[in-house]
Write a protein that binds this ligand. Structure first.
Ligand code: HEM
Length: 458
C-alpha cells in the first residue's frame, strides 16, 4: 500500500517533479475535499465561464504553487498532474498506443459502470467497430433511401414495445443512481480498504450493477427471440452489426452487448447530453448565435429530411459544438498510466506512473487562447476548425488523444447536430431567472442545480 507507491513517488521527485505534501492513508484527498467544500458553497446567479478554480479548486491552487506539472496523491497512489500541452506532446511523442493504459486504480471502482475496462490493453476492437458501426449503418440506410423506420416500429407488437420502454426507463434510472453512488465512493479512490469507508455506496453500486445487467440481458434476449421484427434503434444496430459477416471473431457475445449498452450510457449518452445541455445555456445567453444557427439550418436543410451529408454542411453548428466543448468540456480530464518508462527532457517518468490530464485547465488557459479565453466565441473555429486558434495543437483535446481517443466522436457529432437542429427549428429559448450557475464535476461536468429554460414555440 505504501512502500511501492512511495518508491514510485521518490523516483518522480528525483526526476524533478514536486507537489503538495501527502499524508497516509488519504494522500491529498482531505485537502481536495476541503477546498471543494469551500468552492461548492458558492453557486451564484452571475454566469462566469472561468470555471477551473471552481470545479477543480485544488488543482488551481496547486498550479500556482507547483506549476502546470506536479505530483499529487489519491490515497496511496501518486498521480502526475499535467496541464501543459507541450509537456504532453513530449511525453506522448515516443509512446506507442499500447504503452498507454488506464490507471489500474480506477478499474475495480468503475467495473459496475463499464464492464469493458477489462480490455485495458487498448480499445476493444469489437467495441470500437460497433460504436462507429451505427454511424455507417445510418449512412447506409439513408443511401438506400430506406425510410421504413416508422413502419418497422408499428410492426413491433405494441405490448412488447411498452414493456421494453418501461424496462429502459428503469435501466436509465438505475444507471443514474449507480453513478451517484459510485461518485461518492470513488472520492476515496486509491485509499486502502476504501470499500469499508463507504460500505453503503459500494454495495449499493454493486447491487445496482447486477440489476442493470439483468434488465439489459432480458431486453437483449427478448430482442434476439423477435426474429424478423427489428426496431431501428441503436441496440438493434449494434446487434445487427455484431451479426455482420457472421464470423465468431466479429460477433459480440451477449455479455459484451450488455457492456456496450452501459458504455453508451456513461461514455456516450451522458457526454453528448451534457454537451447539448451546456449548448442550450450558451445559446440562451447568446440569442444572436441561436438565430445564426437557425438561419444555417434553414439554408442547408430547409423543410426536408435530415441526412448525414446535410449535417456535415452545418459548419457554424460545428463551431458552436467545439466552443461549448472548450468552455464546458463534459469529459473534464483524461487519464493514462505509463506501461513503460517515458523519457522527457532528460527526466524519466517510470513505468506504472498514473497521469491526470486536466482538460478544463488547458481549455481555460489564457496563454493558449488569448485574452478572450472566457468568452463564448464560436467564430474562433471558423478558420481553424480543429484547434480554434489554440496556440498549441495539444491544447484542445475534447475527445482525448492518441490511440485511446474517444471512439464515439463521429457518432456524438451526428447526435448533437440532429438534436440541436430539431430544437432550433421548433423553439426559441431563453434562460429562466431561476437559473443558478453551478458547474461541478460528478465524473462528468454537470450543472448541478439543473438548467431551467423558457421555451417558446416558433
Ligand atoms: C460530446 C461527446 C463526447 C465527448 C466530449 C467524449 C470525450 C471522451 C474523452 C475525453 C475520452 C477519453 C479519451 C482518451 O483517454 O484519450 C473518451 C473515451 C471514450 N468515449 Fe467518448 N466522448 C463523447 C461521446 C462519446 C460517444 C457518443 C460514445 C459512444 C458510445 C463514446 C465512447 C467512448 C469510449 C468507448 C471511450 C473509451 C475509449 C478507450 O479508452 O478505449 N464517447 N470520450
Amino acid at each position: 500500500c505504501w512502500v511501492l507507491p512511495n518508491q514510485a513517488y521518490q523516483k518522480l521527485r528525483r526526476n524533478g517533479f514536486s507537489g503538495p505534501t501527502p499524508s497516509f492513508p488519504l494522500g491529498n484527498i482531505a485537502d481536495m475535499k476541503k477546498s471543494l467544500r469551500s468552492s461548492s458553497s458558492s453557486s451564484s446567479l452571475s454566469i462566469r465561464h472561468d470555471i477551473h478554480s471552481r470545479v477543480f479548486p485544488y488543482f488551481s491552487l496547486w498550479q500556482k504553487l507547483h506549476g502546470k506539472v506536479f505530483i499529487y496523491w489519491l490515497g496511496t497512489e501518486p498521480f502526475l498532474y499535467i496541464a501543459d500541452p507541450e509537456f504532453l506532446r513530449k511525453i506522448s511523442a515516443g509512446v506507442m498506443g499500447k504503452s498507454w493504459g488506464k490507471p489500474t486504480v480506477f478499474k475495480n471502482d468503475r467495473k459496475p459502470m463499464f464492464g469493458y475496462v477489462k480490455h485495458d490493453g487498448g480499445i476493444n476492437h469489437k467495441h470500437a467497430r460497433s460504436v462507429d458501426g451505427p454511424n455507417h449503418l445510418w449512412k447506409a440506410r439513408n443511401r438506400r433511401g430506406d425510410r421504413n423506420h416508422e413502419h418497422s416500429r408499428r410492426d413491433h407488437s405494441e405490448d412488447e414495445l411498452r414493456n421494453e420502454l418501461r424496462k429502459r426507463k428503469e435501466v436509465f434510472k438505475k444507471l443514474r443512481a449507480m453513478q451517484m453512488a459510485l461518485f461518492k465512493y470513488t472520492r476515496y479512490v486509491g485509499v486502502p480498504f476504501s470499500n469499508f469507508m463507504c460500505p453503503y455506496q459500494n454495495s449499493e453500486a454493486k447491487k445496482l450493477g447486477k440489476e442493470i445487467d439483468a434488465m439489459l440481458l432480458s431486453i437483449i434476449t427478448s430482442r434476439k427471440s423477435n426474429v424478423g421484427q427489428p426496431q431501428k434503434d441503436l441496440l438493434s444496430l449494434l446487434m445487427a452489426e455484431s451479426q455482420v459477416g457472421g464470423s465468431s471473431e466479429k460477433k459480440l457475445t451477449t455479455s459484451e452487448l450488455v457492456d456496450e449498452c452501459k458504455t453508451f450510457f456513461f461514455a456516450g449518452h451522458e457526454t453528448t447530453a451534457l454537451a447539448l445541455t451546456w449548448t442550450l445555456l450558451l445559446l440562451a445567453m447568446h440569442t444572436e448565435w441561436q438565430n445564426q444557427l437557425r438561419e444555417e439550418v434553414k439554408e442547408v436543410i430547409g423543410d426536408g429530411e435530415i441526412d448525414a451529408t446535410m449535417l456535415a454542411r452545418l459548419k457554424k453548428m460545428g463551431w458552436v459544438m467545439n466552443e461549448v466543448l472548450r468552455l464546458y468540456s463534459p469529459a473534464p480530464n483524461v487519464q493514462r498510466q505509463a506501461r513503460e518508462d517515458i523519457r522527457v527532457d532528460g527526466a524519466v517518468i517510470p513505468s506504472g506512473t498514473n497521469m491526470w490530464i486536466d482538460l478544463v485547465s488547458m481549455n481555460h488557459d489564457r496563454s493558449l487562447w488569448g485574452d478572450d479565453v472566457y468568452e463564448f466565441k464560436p467564430e474562433r473555429f471558423k478558420d481553424d476548425s480543429l484547434y480554434g486558434g489554440c496556440k498549441h495543437k495539444m491544447g484542445f483535446l475534447p475527445f482525448g488523444f492518441g490511440g485511446r481517443m474517444c471512439v464515439g466522436r463521429n457518432l456524438s457529432m451526428l447526435e448533437y447536430k440532429i438534436v440541436l437542429t430539431l430544437i432550433l427549428t421548433r423553439f426559441s429559448f431563453s434562460l429562466s431567472p431561476n437559473y443558478c450557475h453551478s458547474p461541478s464535476i460528478m465524473l462528468s461536468l454537470r450543472p448541478t442545480q439543473g438548467l431551467p429554460l423558457i421555451f417558446q414555440q416558433l
